[in-house]
Ligand binder design. Structure first.
Ligand SMILES: *[C@@H]1O[C@H](CO)[C@@H](O)[C@H](O)[C@H]1NC(C)=O
Length: 300
């Protein structure tokens, strides 16, 4: 039988083309190649870069946002290394290395300034980018993520979801595992037939070994964590029912950000808020981007 996600990817490609977004392969350096979804033409609109989390690629994660925003903004969506079509032969697995590669890719694509929208793992990569490239990253929107995955945040999160390791949860190897992945990441998962999870399992989890290395490199000792002191404003747009990074985690993050941070919850939404409640998420995101970019102009 034909895999529905293989078909869905083709459909997405057509939808994205109609929205004015196309895939492009960028060589970051010899041996490191990243796929980016990029605008099909140059314009002087503001740039928004969307960075995805685990268990999906860039365009699957951000499809509703790209379709909603591509007319008003220049939208870029990278596939992080070992997701989608992006690979490297380098040994680094840290979020810093992902950040470096995304930034290099964006520069090669001619992006000089952008607002980052980061989800989960993509938010952690985004924080690194904001710290390492303050000229490139003007502001951030963060969804269900943290500055860095410290051991204490990691352990508490794993305990809440009832898993021993992030790779057991995020890189499932059974249909039941995929179903549980989505059940935990949503407020209320609609009734979905099992073959859908089976098809997802078949197409979405390449590079398992490297992905689990990414997760290992992600967790750091609490004593190695320092609060990122970058100057950018950070909007926290959160699923109120996220149990992975729950209210306690986000309140802590808000305290760490001080007056750089603004927090907004979306009710009846779990970790996967941008896919679970795309209309509400997009409405908030549009308002946030308008505020951020308006303020940017006032400064100039
Ligand atoms: C880009 O996509 C838009 C939307 O589909 C279309 O109107 C436009 O002609 C395309 N531009 C180029 C240069 O292909």
């Amino acid at each position: 039988m034909v895999n529905i996600f293989a078909i869905y990817k083709l459909v997405l490609r057509v939808l994205m083309k109609l929205a004015g977004v196309r895939p492009q392969t960028v060589e970051i350096e010899p041996g490191t190649v990243m796929n980016f979804w990029v605008p099909n033409q140059t314009s002087n609109k503001n740039t928004v870069v969307f960075i995805h989390g685990f268990a999906a690629d860039g365009i699957i994660t951000w499809q509703f946002q790209v379709l909603a925003l591509a007319r008003k903004y220049k939208v870029y969506v990278p596939d992080l290394l070992f997701f989608g079509g992006s690979i490297t032969d380098r040994p680094e697995r840290t979020p810093e290395f992902q950040a470096e590669c995304v930034a290099k890719g964006l520069r090669k694509l001619g992006v000089e300034k952008c607002t980052l929208v980061g989800f989960s793992y993509g938010g952690m990569v985004g924080f690194k980018m904001a710290e390492m490239y303050p000229d490139l990253v003007e502001s951030m929107v963060l969804t269900c993520s943290v500055m860095a995955l410290t051991k204490s945040i990691s352990d508490a999160g794993l305990e809440r979801i009832g898993f021993k390791s992030w790779s057991d949860y995020l890189i499932p190897d059974s249909v039941q595992g995929v179903k549980l992945l989505f059940e935990i990441a949503t407020y209320k998962l609609p009734r979905i037939p099992n073959f859908v999870f089976k098809d997802y399992l078949e197409v979405m989890f390449d590079n398992r070994k490297e992905q689990s290395e990414l997760l290992e490199a992600l967790v750091i000792d609490d004593k190695d964590f320092t609060i990122a002191q970058h100057p950018q404003r950070v909007y926290l747009l959160w699923g109120e029912n996220d149990i992975i990074f729950n209210k306690e985690v986000v309140n802590n993050l808000k305290r760490q950000l001080g007056d750089r941070g603004t927090l907004q919850y979306i009710e009846k939404a779990g970790h996967l808020v941008e896919a679970e409640r795309p209309c509400v998420y997009n409405k908030h995101l549009k308002e946030i981007l308008a505020t951020l970019l308006e303020d940017g102009h006032k400064k100039e």
